[in-house]
Design a protein around this ligand. Structure first.
Ligand code: PLP
Length: 407
């Protein structure tokens, strides 16, 4: 993408004009959450001002309009992920809720004492803890795929971990710490050879690379709206129809029922069976708007530009003495995690903040990964398509100053 194009894109994000301690904001914390373009915020405003009413139940105009928007958003997400049916898209609060849903409902239907779940060493806590809770509830065992020194999963070990007790594998598409793009298509192929279903945590993938759930043959695929320029509070669970039909509801309440008597309740069909209560229909409409915005730029253009930014950042970071990178796979997304000498990452983050630069420090909700690396955490710069090489230059200059002070 040209410089002019990026400048044009930046105009869509008012927050990028903010001054932090009187310095221009440089926002490199996109892995945690992305900033919102005007069209997404305006969509929220439009929805509340012009078509706000509770959905599905109403016969009146506004309720029908709101319902149409929510269901159109579902179709939009289905197309975005390459799902074969819109009923395979369940709206959740985010990645975390989507994984908890599967861990609970799949666990209820298919798991028993002695069974096993496989995750990987580089998972976010939200793809660890729900499985641990399932294991505790049922008396099961959690197995972990290790990685090599570049931050790539060891698929030969995965091969040995899978057995007749393995009920499900849940791995991240892209590591939020290392940036590694895992070979999830290959992992799914290996698992399916043994009839094991796979959940892919796409929280860090969908904002950066093209995803097609049918091409991957994923059984479940989850992501959060707020990491792809949509508001907080809305996310997605994609599930193959056969699995969603085979597992029980996660929560009970309005919307998810067909009939209720005090003796027995029958459940609604997909996708409503998994959407108990009033869904975030304003959020779903805004998510659809965000996906449209991303498609307008082009996910391939985004992937290429962010790759260029990441390579440039890595190149310039190497100028700093004592630089140690974490995550050096050839297949990497827009994340650079590093430490400098023995300086604590928190100190670097604090001082960069005073210079207007937002990076994230610590274990990034992947504490077992930090433990495996034997470090207290990292400094993480994560990029979006509105970032520029000029911002990276300012970041490097600032980092050099910070390192000098801390040394
Ligand atoms: N999985 C990964 C890889 C993440 O990076 C994150 C958030 O950082 C999550 C899951 C959790 O997402 P959320 O907090 O939006 O549910």
């Amino acid at each position: 993408m040209t410089k002019e194009k990026i400048e044009e894109i930046r105009q869509d994000f008012p927050i990028l004009e903010e001054k932090i301690y009187n310095k221009p904001l440089i926002y490199f914390d996109n892995g945690a959450t992305t900033q919102k373009p005007r069209c997404v915020v305006e969509k929220i405003e439009f929805s509340y001002y012009h078509q706000n009413s509770n959905i599905h139940r109403g016969v009146h105009y506004l309720s029908q309009k709101a319902t149409e928007a929510h269901e159109a958003a579902r179709s939009k997400v289905a197309r975005f992920l390459g799902a074969s049916k819109r009923e395979e898209i369940i709206f959740t609060r985010g990645t975390t809720e989507a994984i908890n849903l599967v861990a609970f409902s799949f666990g209820e239907a298919f798991c028993k004492a002695g069974d096993e779940v496989i995750i990987s060493v580089m998972e976010h806590h939200s793809n660890i803890v729900p499985w641990q809770m399932l294991c505790e509830r049922k008396g099961m065992t959690l197995r972990v795929i290790p990685m090599n020194e570049k931050g790539e999963l060891k698929l030969d070990v995965l091969q040995t971990l899978m057995n007749e007790r393995t009920k499900i594998i849940s791995v991240t598409h892209v590591s939020n710490v290392l940036g590694t793009i895992n070979p999830v298509k290959e992992i799914i192929r290996m698992a399916h050879e043994k009839n094991i279903p796979v959940l892919i945590d796409g929280a860090q993938a969908v904002p950066h690379i093209h995803v097609d759930v049918q091409d991957l043959d994923a059984d479940f695929y989850v992501f959060s709206g707020h990491k792809i320029y949509a508001p907080t509070g809305i996310g997605v669970l994609y599930g193959k129809e056969k699995w969603l039909n085979a597992i029980p509801p996660y929560q009970g309440g309005g919307e998810m029922i067909q009939t209720v008597t005090f003796e027995k309740t029958t459940y609604n069909e997909l996708p409503f069976k998994f959407e108990a209560g009033t869904p975030d229909y304003i959020g779903s409409a805004a998510l659809a708007q965000a996906l449209e915005y991303v498609e307008g730029i082009g996910i391939q253009n985004i992937a290429e530009y962010e790759h260029e930014l990441t390579k440039y950042a890595e190149l310039r970071l190497k100028e700093i003495e004592g630089m140690r990178f974490f995550g050096t796979s050839n297949e990497k997304s827009a994340v650079v995690s590093f430490l400098v000498g023995n300086i604590h990452p928190y100190d670097i983050g604090m001082l960069l903040d005073k210079l207007g630069i937002a990076v994230r420090t610590g274990h990034h909700c992947a504490q077992p990964l930090s433990d495996a690396l034997g470090i207290p955490g990292t400094v993480r710069a994560s990029f979006a398509f509105y970032n520029t090489k000029e911002e990276i230059d300012l970041f490097i200059e600032a980092l050099k100053r910070v390192v000098m002070m801390l040394n």
